[in-house]
Design a protein around this ligand. Structure first.
Ligand SMILES: [Zn+2]
Length: 452
């Protein structure tokens, strides 16, 4: 029910926003500029030059706001980041039931989805996010293996790649392919609102004493305060998240930071310290969670039996297995990160470019330029964001935190400079961005807390 009311809000709110922008345009052009700058009205004198400057700034901001708004709506419609389900979901089942009754079929977005990820898509990576037991993340609702950082969105009843939050203000899911436009829309709307608010405030403050207050200007002040708070808070939190390479949901996972469990591939030739937890996967292209769990558990059992004392009694095959509990190619060290670790943090500039692109002019325009996440192939090979860390396959470019985890498992070594850099990052994350990113927008937080 709550999901349905969110859906309805998502369809109504964008129209209300368009209405408010239309009303604002009328107030600024007619009430403020035409009556007070081009004619002698409330302010009691003509200031044509000032009026023209205001109009030019206003309409530039108007174009940027509406352009980023419609580009964002298009991205939400066309690139929501849905992942194909392994079965018919609850909402789709309801839709099909309704369709049978009303003979009206709702358009379902399967065609807009990324293909269903198979087990092989996950365990062919060198680095992936896993559960504490080392198995990849499985969505029991969608019946799919989840690529890193994807989450199940309750409103849409499906997993979404790099889901940030479901936002009724913009009418849908804000995920990685929408984030750039979302940031631009909020930032430009914030500037647009401040500009309108100041103009309305000046007109009210400087009006001739004998004139009554203009209701439209008062309305501007009230709308202005509300939208300044809303877009300022949401925009700031989205910008901080982009700079720190976080999603809203990751920020909120635990107020005091949270840890990540990562599976890190062990090279065939490498013997890992026995204190490091490792998991070996069968060489399967696909299977479901229960099957994989059984296979992995039965292998663990076999290994503990085959490493019983008295090796003289063992067959050559058993001796072979007991030498190393690893299946060639598919063995991973399972490492838990520190609190406040972020495996995807590639440094502020690189984090920002992943969302906004590498083209500096493109940062300010709602266009797909500069090779941001907007144009990436989500499951394709992603090399490391740090060349010195080696070219590792993962769903997202891996940062320094991954290298630290690998070093802990004995898979690589750290320079003292890297260790220092890592400690500094942890301290910085503890002190500043989590607070700002999390506290910026209560509504967004609430929406994100509904995603599981
Ligand atoms: Zn799901």
């Amino acid at each position: 029910m709550a999901g349905e009311s969110m859906e309805i809000a998502a369809q109504i709110v964008p129209s209300i926003l368009i209405g408010i922008i239309g009303y604002t345009s009328w107030v600024i052009t007619h009430v403020v500029v035409h009556r007070n700058f081009f004619n002698v009205d409330i302010l009691g004198g003509k200031r044509v030059g000032g009026g023209i400057v205001i109009l030019v700034i206003y309409w530039i901001l108007f174009v940027l706001v509406t352009w980023s708004f419609f580009r964002m709506l298009w991205a939400i419609f066309r690139h929501p980041g849905y992942i194909e389900r392994g079965h018919v979901g609850r909402i789709q089942a309801q839709d099909e039931e309704k369709a049978k009754q009303t003979s009206k079929k709702r358009i379902l977005p399967e065609r807009l989805s990324f293909a269903r990820p198979r087990l092989g898509d996950i365990i062919s990576k060198d680095i992936f996010v896993c559960q504490p037991d080392g198995l990849p993340s499985w969505c029991d609702t969608c019946k799919i293996w989840r690529p890193d950082r994807s989450r199940h969105c309750r409103e849409k009843d499906r997993c979404v790649l790099n889901l940030d939050h479901f936002c009724p203000w913009v009418g849908g899911i804000v995920s990685e392919q929408v984030m750039k436009y979302f940031i631009l829309f909020n930032s430009y709307t914030f500037l647009y609102t401040i500009f309108d608010w100041i103009l309305a405030a000046i007109c009210i403050a400087q009006r001739k004493q004998q004139l009554p207050l203009n209701g439209n200007l008062i309305a501007m002040l009230i709308f202005g305060l509300f939208f300044m708070g809303l877009t300022g808070g949401i925009g700031l939190s989205a910008i901080v998240n982009a700079l720190t390479n976080h999603t809203t949901k990751e920020n909120l996972a635990e107020p005091a930071g949270h840890t990540w469990n990562m599976a890190l591939r062990v090279a065939n030739s490498l013997v890992v310290d026995e204190n490091v937890h490792t998991v070996s996967f069968p060489d399967l292209d696909d299977c479901d969670f229960d099957t994989l769990q059984k296979l992995v558990r039965s292998r663990d059992r076999d290994q503990s039996q085959s490493s019983d004392p008295d090796p003289g009694q063992q067959t050559p095959e058993a001796q072979q297995t007991s030498k190393g509990p690893y299946m060639p190619g598919h063995t991973f060290a399972i490492v838990e990160s520190d609190l406040f670790s972020n495996p995807w943090d590639c440094g502020m500039y690189e984090n920002w470019c992943q969302v906004m692109g590498h083209n500096i002019v493109g940062w300010f325009l709602p266009l797909d330029v500069g090779g941001s996440w907007l144009s990436r192939d989500a499951y394709a090979h992603q090399g490391s964001g740090r060349p010195e860390a080696g070219d590792q396959k993962s769903f997202f470019p891996a940062g320094l935190d991954i290298k630290v985890m690998k070093a802990r498992a004995g898979l690589t070594s750290l320079t003292s400079e890297e260790a220092r850099d890592y400690n500094k990052r942890i301290q910085k994350r503890k002190a500043f961005p989590y607070l700002l990113g999390g506290a910026g927008a209560p509504l967004k937080q609430w929406a994100a807390s509904r995603a599981s």
